[in-house]
Write a protein that binds this ligand. Structure first.
Ligand code: ADP
Ligand code: MG
Length: 308
């Protein structure tokens, strides 16, 4: 029997909707989520298109996990507590093998991020996934791009440039050792949204952003929104052993500064704030404008969908 839209939804998606804030999940015209007293809603949506945001032959499990991570990363950047998500899925065909693996990737993200899948939409067309995430923020707090102050220190979580190094490997531009290749591919296919860090920074960091377009481009958004200059010391940038194994230190630096898709957080802390675990200081906030890393590197403004 051919699979229908409704049997597809109930087979692969309906079970992923349980969560602490979920009063009503998949199956009605809307889901119903509960906010605590004195809370407000943070909402964001991200679309991933096959061949644009991920190689069309990526494993469906990775496509699912990565799409949720990219969206959840925006909640992390705001310091929001995850409530739930909806997924709008455009599929070329109801391929059950594909759907099964895709829903496993979603399920891994649902449980890791405590972000239940409470609804969505399913249509036919070229493969694309939109993930809309919802989170809760206290009435009087949020991590914004606009709060950085002169004298604050600038930090990033994790390591930088790994996803760009992985993409270059996938495109046969270099050949890391098997161990390093495995690590880099994991970083590209299974990026970690830093939700716990975001919540830890709420009320402490003066500004934050997630690094989806590259450190220079994204730190530039903090600089612009805050009316300050961000000075980055390139020798402080956290680089993984796997990425550092590339033969060209210049290439590694370029990936760390401009590579997208790492989904780490870049944030500013007043000088007396303790540094969260797993984060590295990379520079300081000064008077002026823009981002200065002491190198003359073109700052790509992230991937430009409508240029050219
Ligand atoms: P409507 O036409 O009222 O928008 P649909 O028929 O599209 O409803 O969807 C039926 C139910 O299944 C809704 O609760 C919707 O949120 C849910 N749903 C549809 N597609 C998905 C999906 N890809 N993932 C999770 N839930 C979905
Ligand atoms: Mg619908």
């Amino acid at each position: 029997m051919p699979i229908t839209e409704f049997s597809l939804i109930s087979r692969y998606f309906s079970d992923l909707g349980r969560g602490a804030a979920v009063d009503l999940s998949v199956g009605d015209d809307c889901a119903i989520l509960r906010l605590g007293a004195g809370e407000r809603l943070a909402v964001s949506v991200d679309t991933m298109v096959a061949g644009v945001h991920f190689p069309a032959d990526s494993f469906p499990e990775d496509i699912g996990f990565r799409a949720v991570s990219a969206a959840a990363s925006d909640l992390a950047a705001m310091g929001a507590r995850p409530l739930g998500m909806t997924v709008a899925l455009t599929l070329p065909a109801a391929d059950e093998l594909w759907l099964n693996a895709f829903s496993l990737g979603l399920a891994a993200a649902v449980s890791e991020y405590r972000l239940p899948l409470v609804g969505g939409d399913t249509t036919r067309g070229p493969l694309a996934i939109s993930v809309q995430v919802m989170g809760a923020l206290p009435m009087d707090q949020a991590l914004l791009r606009s709060g950085a102050r002169v004298g604050d220190e600038v930090y990033v979580s994790g390591t930088l440039g790994d996803a760009a190094g992985a993409l270059a490997f996938l495109e046969d531009e270099w050949q890391p050792t098997p161990d390093h290749a495995e690590y880099l591919l994991e970083r590209f296919n299974r990026p970690q949204a830093r939700l716990a860090l975001g919540m830890e920074l709420l009320g402490r960091a003066s500004a934050a952003i997630d690094i989806s377009d590259g450190l220079l481009a994204d730190a530039g958004h903090i600089a612009a929104a805050s009316g300050v200059k961000i000075c980055i010391e390139t020798d402080l940038l956290p680089i993984s052993d796997a990425l550092a194994s590339h033969h060209s230190p210049d290439k590694v630096m370029q990936w760390a500064l401009t590579g997208g898709d790492d989904y780490e957080l870049c944030f500013c802390l007043p000088a007396d704030e303790p540094v969260p675990e797993g984060c590295s200081r990379i520079g300081r906030v000064e008077t002026g404008a823009g981002v200065d890393c002491g190198l003359s590197i073109d700052i790509p403004a992230g991937y430009q969908h409508f240029s050219g």
